[in-house]
Design a binder for this molecule. Structure first.
Ligand SMILES: [Ca+2]
Length: 220
C-alpha cells in the first residue's frame, strides 16, 4: 500500500451531485487544478492512518469546510494476483474507484463509521490506482479506510493442469518408457489391491512386478 495523497477542496453542489466529476479524477499527481472558488489546488501527501477515523476538519482553511469535496489517492502494488478486502466510512458522501472503475457509491449525510461500505479489490500483478472521494455537507468531516492483508496470493483460473505428457507419462504407443500405478492397503489387512500399467501392449508384456508390494507393513 502506497502513501496517501489528497487534493481539495473541490466544489460540492447539491444540485450537481456528489459525483459531479472533477479533472483531478485523472490522478495526475503533478498537475495543478482549479478547486472551489477558483483556487489553485495540488495533490499533497498526508499520513492518514488506516483503520482509524481521520478527521478532515483541518484539511482546508475556514470557509472551505462545508459543501466541499476531497479526493484521496494511493497506489497499491501486488506481485501476484490478490484479493484485498477493504472497508470504508465517511462523513459525508463516499465514492471509490479502483483503476478508474467505480466500486462504491454512497450518497447522503452520515457520521463516519468504519466499514460502512465494503468491497474486495481483485488485483492483477502490478500497480493499481485507488481513488476515494468524500463530499462534506456540514458538521463533522471525516473518512476511514481499512484493509485486510491477504494471507497468500489467491489462485486464479485453472487450478490444476494435466502435465501427464510433459513429464513423459503419456501413452504414446511406441515410446519405450512405461510406468505403473500401484495401490496398496498400507495397514496390511488386504495387501496389494491392484496395479495398472500405462504404455503400449508390448510394454505391458514387459511390465515387471511392482516393487511397492515389498513396502513395509504399518500395524493397524
Ligand atoms: Ca458532515
Amino acid at each position: 500500500m502506497g502513501k496517501w495523497s489528497y487534493i481539495g477542496p473541490v466544489e460540492f453542489d447539491e444540485k450537481k451531485g456528489f459525483e459531479f466529476p472533477h479533472p483531478a479524477e485523472k490522478m495526475n499527481l503533478k498537475e495543478t487544478y482549479v478547486g472551489k472558488a477558483g483556487q489553485k489546488i495540488t495533490w499533497k501527501q498526508r499520513d492518514f492512518v488506516d483503520g482509524q477515523i481521520n478527521g478532515l476538519e483541518d484539511l482546508f482553511a475556514p470557509g472551505f469546510r462545508e459543501m466541499v469535496g476531497v479526493y484521496f489517492h494511493r497506489t497499491i502494488e501486488v506481485d501476484a494476483y490478490s484479493e484485498i478486502p477493504i472497508g470504508l466510512g465517511s462523513d459525508d458522501t463516499l465514492t471509490v474507484w479502483i483503476d478508474g472503475q467505480k466500486i462504491i457509491s454512497a450518497p447522503g449525510y452520515r457520521a463516519c463509521t468504519p466499514d460502512s461500505n465494503k468491497a474486495i479489490l481483485k488485483l492483477e500483478p502490478g500497480k493499481h490506482d485507488l481513488l476515494i472521494k468524500v463530499c462534506q455537507y456540514s458538521g463533522g468531516f471525516a473518512y476511514c479506510f481499512n484493509w485486510t492483508k491477504p494471507e497468500r496470493p489467491v489462485a486464479k483460473g485453472v487450478a490444476f493442469e494435466d502435465v501427464t505428457a510433459k513429464v513423459g507419462l503419456a501413452n504414446t504407443g511406441t515410446d519405450v518408457k512405461y510406468d505403473s500405478l500401484v495401490v496398496q492397503d498400507v495397514n496390511g489387512t488386504a495387501g496389494l489391491i491392484s496395479s495398472a500399467a500405462i504404455g503400449s501392449s508390448s510394454q505391458r508384456r514387459r511390465l515387471r512386478k511392482p516393487s511397492l508390494t515389498s513396502s513395509r507393513k504399518i500395524p493397524a
